[in-house]
Structures are given as structure tokens and as C-alpha cells.
Design a protein around this ligand. Structure first.
Ligand code: ADP
Ligand code: MG
Length: 380
């Protein structure tokens, strides 16, 4: 077993304690799965393009044991328990866990009931994928308890099935793939056409750098409708260019319609920026990707129109205070931004971001220092 991430090990000690208190016995094992951010490559996934997530050092941890009924406990919201005789029809947060059991059964990996105690420090609803972390920790726990050795790509598909078909949230495969497949010290380049991947070195500390994750704490306004509208724009642009997906659009393609042309330009240039980011990282420089991150933000703000005042404020303030690069991350209209900074400048940049939000009467952002952490793993 690889050495667990130090933060996952700390969270596991809490999950272990909660399990013992809750169920009066010891768990059979403890498994951890991280949240993620996307370093670059936004809205490229459904255009069969490129993405590049890395795992955050924040984990959902599941302490679990086989049982004769389902019992789900989470320390979330002060501690909650959901009991169920069957995995059908479980609602609320426990649906993410029951959904994984359901999806495993549907996929031919039979699992029986279990007691689970969950403890997670992945900020939820911040676009950092707390939901995939829950699913992936649960999936590893149930696989471990019931003796299934599931290939990680297949496991990502099963966890996504749980979120899409049981919980009913229409998400892509990025979140679950990132949680299950990212590796420490790397960003994961993934081609969404065939899900092929490459682990690209992403060693911030080696260059005295840090990545700030800035949760704007702003509501996701109109996110669903606007997401559907962007997808429709891309489909229309692809039809006009006579390609199946914008991934295949020639780099110099243009469209007469101004809006469609800007959507096209974002996708084509963003795919190129992901390739360039991978190349710069492979050449041994992390600092060198700063401009690509900032260019990505401008493209999302101006061409794809998915940013928000909160995200722009965070990005502008970070850059103004000396960040090497910054961009919103995730689907947009809220959620989080990232900023690549000299580690020594992190406190100053954090303060500038918070000050800018206050000056514009925006919610106070929460700022975390991230590193590229280990993907999902068994802790003990
Ligand atoms: P994100 O994945 O970006 O954090 P989602 O809306 O996809 O946002 O998922 C958030 C939901 O996941 C929460 O509303 C809750 O139902 C569930 N969740 C997240 N963390 C926990 C936790 N620690 N315990 C129980 N449920 C959680
Ligand atoms: Mg989610």
C-alpha cells in the first residue's frame, strides 16, 4: 500500500473515531478520495478536447465495514445518519453513497450492505468536486469490503453513473477521473475523446511556488441554463464548420456570427493552451504556465462569457498583487478561481483578493493553498 497523504491520514483518524462511536465496533478499512481543480481546459470536455485536473489535498474519507443493513453517517452539517434496508430510493446527501452501491451492482460488481462513516474536508459546492470525492471514497470502500478489484477507468465510469443516474446530476467524467486517477506531484492531461491520459510533472514547491484556490463563495447563478446554451452554441458551430466536434475545427476557422465565432475561438485556443501547458510543464518549468492561465481566463471572460464579477475580482486582484497567472476554474458563473504565486507572496496575494472583494461588497472569498496531491487510495 502506498503511503497515505498526511491530510488523508489525519481525516482517517477522525473517521475511525466517528465509526467506533457511531457503530460500537471497528471499521474493516478506511479509504480516501480527493477533490480536484482543473488547472486548464475549460468547457473543452464536451467538445472532445483536452483537460488537465490535479487532485487537491482535501479528501472525503470513508471508514467502512460490511453489515446487514445500510447505514450512512457523515460528519457533514454537525453529523447526520441515514439508515436504509435497501439501496433504492435513498435521498439527500446519502444518495451519492447509495448511488455508488447501485451503480456497482448494475455494472456487475455485487456489493452487499455496509456501515459507512464519512468525514470530508473538501469544501462543498465550491466547484472543487466534493460530490465525486464522496462517490470515489465510497466506491473504493465497497470494492475493498466486497473483494472487487476494479480498474480505475471503469471505476470512474461507475461513479459517474451514480451521479448521473441515481443522484440525477448531469456531470461529465472529469471529476471522478480526477479523483481516482490523479497522482501526487502531477497534473493529469486527459484527452476527452478517448480518455487517454498522461501524468505531467507539476511540482510547485520545487520552484518555490504555490497554487492558491480561491472559493468566491458566490452562488452559481444561471449555471445550468447557461451551460446548456454554451453546449448548444458549440454544436451549432461544429455543424457550420462541418466537423463532428469543435476539437476537429481548424485553428484558423472563423464563423460569421459573432457569438458563435467567439465560442469557437475559446474552444480552439483553450485546447491549444492545454497542449502548451503540458509542454511547458514537461520542459521543467511551472512558472512558465502563468501566462497561459491568465490567457485562459480572458478567453472565458470575453469569448465564452462564463465568468462572474466575483471570479473577475479574484483573478484581477491576484494578478495585481503579483500572481504569475490566475483564472477561474470549473464550469463558471460562480465557484472557484486559482492563482499561481511565489510561495512567499501567498499571504499578500490572499489579502489583496479579500480586500478587493470587500471593496466591491462581494462575499468574502475563502483562500486555500493547494498542492498536487495523491488520487484516491486506501489509508488503512
Ligand atoms: P461540488 O461537487 O462542486 O462540491 P455538488 O453540488 O456536486 O458540488 O456536490 C455537493 C453535495 O455533495 C452537497 O450538497 C452534499 O449533498 C454532498 N456532500 C458534499 N460533501 C459532503 C459530506 N462531507 N457529507 C455528506 N454529503 C456531502
Ligand atoms: Mg460535484
Amino acid at each position: 500500500m502506498p503511503t497515505p497523504d498526511p491530510n488523508a491520514a489525519e481525516l482517517a483518524a477522525i473517521a475511525d473515531e466517528v465509526f467506533r462511536t457511531q457503530y460500537g465496533s471497528a471499521p474493516e478499512g478506511i479509504w480516501a478520495a480527493p477533490g480536484r481543480v482543473n488547472l486548464i481546459g475549460e468547457h473543452t470536455d464536451y467538445n472532445e478536447g483536452f483537460v488537465m485536473p490535479f487532485a487537491l489535498p482535501f479528501y472525503a474519507v470513508a471508514a467502512a465495514a460490511k453489515s446487514d443493513t445500510w447505514e450512512f453517517h457523515s460528519t457533514y452539517g454537525g453529523g447526520q445518519i441515514v439508515r436504509a434496508d435497501s439501496i433504492d430510493g435513498v435521498e439527500g446527501w446519502a444518495a451519492y453513497l447509495a448511488g455508488v452501491a447501485w451503480a456497482m451492482n448494475e455494472s456487475g460488481y455485487e456489493v452487499g450492505p455496509a456501515r459507512i462513516a464519512l468525514h470530508s474536508d473538501v469544501p462543498h459546492g465550491a466547484g472543487l468536486s466534493s460530490s465525486a470525492a464522496l462517490e470515489c471514497a465510497t466506491l473504493l470502500a465497497l470494492s475493498g469490503l466486497y473483494g472487487h478489484d476494479i480498474d480505475r477507468t471503469e471505476a470512474a465510469r461507475i461513479a459517474r453513473k451514480a451521479e448521473n443516474e441515481y443522484v440525477g446530476a448531469p456531470t461529465g467524467i472529469l471529476d471522478q477521473s480526477a479523483s481516482l486517477l490523479c497522482t501526487e506531484g502531477h497534473a493529469m492531461f486527459m484527452d476527452c475523446r478517448d480518455l487517454s491520459r498522461e501524468q505531467v510533472p507539476f511540482r510547485l514547491a520545487d520552484e518555490g511556488l504555490a497554487m492558491l484556490v480561491i472559493d468566491t463563495d458566490a452562488p452559481h447563478r444561471h449555471a445550468d441554463g447557461e451551460y446548456a446554451a454554451r453546449r448548444a452554441d458549440c454544436e451549432q458551430a461544429a455543424r457550420l464548420l462541418d466537423v463532428e466536434f469543435l476539437r476537429d475545427a481548424p485553428v484558423d476557422a472563423t464563423l460569421e456570427d459573432d457569438r458563435l465565432n467567439r465560442r469557437l475561438r475559446h474552444i480552439v485556443t483553450e485546447n491549444q493552451r492545454v497542449l502548451d501547458t503540458a509542454a511547458v510543464l514537461k520542459s521543467g518549468s511551472v512558472a512558465g504556465i502563468g501566462e497561459l492561465l491568465t490567457a485562459s481566463h480572458a478567453s472565458m471572460r470575453d469569448d465564452y462569457e462564463i465568468s462572474s464579477v466575483e471570479l473577475d475580482s479574484a483573478v484581477d486582484a491576484a494578478l495585481g498583487a503579483g500572481a504569475l497567472g490566475a483564472r477561474m476554474t470549473g464550469g463558471g458563473f460562480g465557484g472557484s478561481a486559482i492563482a499561481l504565486v511565489e510561495a512567499s507572496a501567498a499571504p499578500k496575494i490572499e489579502a489583496a483578493v479579500i480586500e478587493a472583494a470587500a471593496a466591491a461588497s462581494l462575499p468574502t472569498p475563502r483562500v486555500f493553498v493547494a498542492r498536487a496531491a495523491q488520487g484516491a487510495h486506501r489509508v488503512r
